[in-house]
Unconditional design. Structure first.
Length: 318
C-alpha cells in the first residue's frame, strides 16, 4: 500500500494519504507533503452526511421522501440527482467557461448565501434527470433549517457527526482549516500553472453540499457506523442504497442512491473542491474500508489517473 501511495506522489500529486481497515486491523500511510492524520476538505462526501440527516428527519415523520420541495421535485429526487435541477457552479464561477481562472480568485473570500446559489441553479434551464448537481443539496439544507429551526450545519453536526463519534469532522466557520492540514493545490486543467494553493477559501459556495472538513480516519469511522445502521435505521439505509445512473461532473456515470455511490461491492462517496480530493469506499459487511485524500485537483497527467486507479484496485482487493 505504501508503494502505491508513493507511486501517486511520483506521478505528480504533492501530498497523498490514506487509511485502510480490514477485519479490525488499521493501516495508515502518506507520501509527499502529507501525514495520515491531516484534516482536509472532503468535498461531496459531505452529501452522505446531509443525506443521513434528511433520512433521520424522515424517520421522525418530519418530512417524507416523496414530499415536493421545489416545484414538483421531491426530497428523494433531490437526494438521488433526478430532479433535473441544474448545477450552479459555472454561474457562480463564470470565468471557468471562458477558459480563465479569474473567478476562483475573485470568490476566494466572497460569502455566498444558499438562496443566491439556489436561485442560480433553479433559474437555469433544466438538465436531464440523473445529472449531478449541488443545487438540490442546498435546497435540502434549507429544508432541514425549516423543519428543525436550526442551521443545517448545526443539525448535521449534532445528529450525524456526533452520533458517529467523530472528533475531527466539522463544517468550516471561517476561511481556514484549524489544525494540521496540507496545501490544497488547484490546477484547473492547466489554467493555473503552477497550481494555486486554495487551502484558505470561503466554502460557502458549496455549503452542506460539499464544505465539510474531516480526516481519513473519521471517514472510515463514519461509513462504518452508517453501513452498520448506527446513524440511520436499516430501513433508511436500504432507501439510500436504491441506486440509478447519474452523470458526474467529469462525464462518467456513477451508480448513485440517496447520497451514496455503489462501486462494485463497495459503498461510499468521492469528493472534490478547489485543491482537495477525497475517495472513500467501504464493503457492505464492514470488513474492508478505504479512505484516500490528495491535495491536487484537475490535473492533466494521465499518470496520476493510472496511479490512483492502481491504489484503488490494491486497496479494495479487486
Amino acid at each position: 500500500m505504501r508503494a502505491e501511495l508513493e507511486a501517486i506522489h511520483r506521478a505528480g500529486v504533492p501530498g497523498v494519504w490514506a487509511e485502510v481497515r480490514e477485519n479490525g486491523e488499521v493501516w495508515r500511510g502518506a507520501a509527499g507533503e502529507a501525514a495520515p492524520d491531516m484534516r482536509h476538505r472532503v468535498g461531496s462526501v459531505t452529501k452522505t452526511f446531509t443525506a443521513a440527516a434528511v433520512l433521520q428527519l424522515v424517520e421522525r415523520g418530519k418530512i417524507g421522501l416523496d414530499m415536493p420541495v421545489h416545484g414538483e421535485a421531491t426530497v428523494r429526487e433531490l437526494l438521488n440527482m433526478t430532479s433535473g435541477l441544474a448545477d450552479y457552479r459555472f454561474l457562480a464561477f463564470p470565468s471557468v467557461l471562458e477558459g480563465s481562472p479569474r473567478s476562483l480568485e475573485d470568490n476566494r473570500f466572497r460569502h455566498f448565501y444558499p438562496r443566491e446559489l439556489i436561485e442560480l441553479g433553479t433559474s437555469a434551464p433544466a438538465v436531464p434527470p440523473g445529472t449531478y448537481s449541488n443545487t438540490g443539496y442546498l435546497l435540502l439544507g434549507r429544508l432541514i433549517e425549516k423543519v428543525t429551526g436550526m442551521t443545517a450545519e448545526r443539525w448535521i453536526t449534532r445528529h450525524v457527526v456526533e452520533r458517529a463519534g467523530l472528533r475531527n469532522t466539522m463544517f468550516p466557520t471561517g476561511t481556514r482549516i484549524e489544525g494540521p492540514h496540507p496545501r490544497m493545490l488547484e490546477a484547473l486543467f492547466g489554467l493555473l500553472d503552477p497550481p494555486r494553493d486554495y487551502s484558505v477559501y470561503d466554502m460557502s459556495w458549496v455549503g452542506v453540499a460539499a464544505s465539510l472538513i474531516s480526516t481519513v480516519e473519521d471517514l472510515n469511522l463514519f461509513f462504518a457506523a452508517l453501513l452498520d445502521g448506527r446513524v440511520v435505521s436499516p430501513e433508511s439505509l436500504a432507501e439510500m442504497q436504491k441506486t440509478g445512473p447519474v452523470v458526474a461532473f467529469d462525464g462518467s456515470t456513477v451508480d448513485y442512491g440517496l447520497g451514496l455511490h455503489r462501486h462494485g461491492d463497495f459503498w461510499g462517496h468521492d469528493g472534490s473542491v478547489w485543491g482537495a480530493g477525497t475517495w472513500s469506499f467501504h464493503s457492505a459487511d464492514g470488513e474492508r474500508q478505504v479512505s484516500l485524500a490528495i491535495n491536487l485537483q484537475r490535473w492533466q497527467d494521465k499518470a496520476i489517473d493510472e496511479a490512483l486507479a492502481a491504489f484503488q484496485r490494491k486497496a479494495l482487493r479487486v
